[in-house]
Design a protein around this ligand. Structure first.
Ligand SMILES: [Zn+2]
Length: 310
């Protein structure tokens, strides 16, 4: 009797294991691929640091081409020397994102815990007072970070943090707090003064990356970073900036976005609730989410449950 019972139990577990294996293989055989807003396969982030007065010219140029920027500011520097004034930033950056770049722009990896907290929290508080919305992202000053810094900024409510380590690819970062951009604007052109030969090589490499992005059929994120002060008063560099903006503007396959909006979108996509057989999906977020499922494009409205007709 005892032996028979044991066999029954073994048979029961054997069936459970087989059933789980089968269900797992069904789920994994259905490809679900995120698309960006409005079902677009490409997204563009333009990310500029420091908040110096040349941002006025840069924002005017972005607005002219209906492009969207993300601006990382040091609030304790605003109103000094060649930085923007505190009173102008709310109007200047309408339609763009203002984000943290620390209070005073120190390299964070050599600072103590309390000094990192001070630099991030004071910047967040002042930018939130000036912009009147929660400041949730940042760029590390000099791109400087380590695991300790990343842990601290995460605890301070920062949801993404950009480095300066160019990837030259179009992948969505796995760790938003170690957000490596695609490429510096114009790559390394103009880094050395009066070196036209080097400038031409770097510009060619920069525009090759931009063209690769424009031509790819894959899901692709282009994240270009830089500073308006790099253009300074040099009309050649501003003309080059306009040339770049013309290339990437008004493209129906590109979703133009701030960095924090993209973070919210991806998090909302990850939070979709699928039924076991993947045929029913609930979107608990406030954003309409788009994805490709078995080769077809679907959207799920904010707060809605949708049955997917395959
Ligand atoms: Zn900076």
């Amino acid at each position: 009797m005892k032996t028979i019972v044991n066999f029954s139990i073994l048979f029961f577990f054997f069936n459970c294991i087989m059933a789980q294996t089968e269900i797992y293989s069904i789920q994994s055989s259905i490809p679900i691929e995120m698309l960006f807003q409005d079902g677009k396969s490409k997204a563009l982030i333009l990310s500029y640091d420091d908040g110096k007065i040349q941002d006025r010219q840069l924002v005017a140029l972005l607005n002219k081409y209906k492009l969207i920027g993300t601006f990382h500011l040091n609030s304790n520097k605003l109103g000094t020397n060649d930085y923007l004034s505190k009173s102008e930033i709310k109007d200047l950056y309408i339609g763009h994102e203002v984000s943290c770049h620390t209070f005073n722009h120190p390299g964070l990896s050599t600072l103590s815990f309390i000094d990192i907290v001070y630099e991030v929290i004071e910047d967040r508080k002042e930018l939130e007072r000036l912009m009147n919305y929660p400041i949730r992202g940042m760029a590390y000053p000099f791109g400087n970070n380590n695991e300790f810094v990343i842990d601290v900024v995460k605890e301070l409510g920062i949801e993404y943090a950009r480095t300066v380590d160019d990837t030259y690819n179009f992948k969505i970062p796995e760790n938003f707090l170690k957000w490596h951009p695609t490429i510096h604007q114009f790559s390394k052109a103009f880094w050395k003064p009066n070196d036209a030969a080097n400038d031409n090589i770097e510009l060619a490499s920069f525009y090759k990356t931009i063209n690769d992005f424009l031509e790819t059929k894959e899901l692709a994120l282009l994240d270009v970073w830089g500073h308006s002060w790099e253009m300074g008063t040099d009309q050649v560099k501003w003309a080059e900036t306009e040339n770049f903006f013309k290339m990437i503007a008004n493209n129906p396959s590109i979703h133009y976005t701030t960095q924090i909006d993209l973070v919210d979108y991806i998090n909302s996509y990850k939070n979709l609730k699928f039924s076991v057989d993947k045929k029913i999906v609930y979107n608990p977020s406030a954003k309409t989410i788009f994805f490709k499922f078995n080769g077809k494009i679907f959207s799920v409205l904010a707060g809605e449950t949708t049955v997917l007709s395959l």
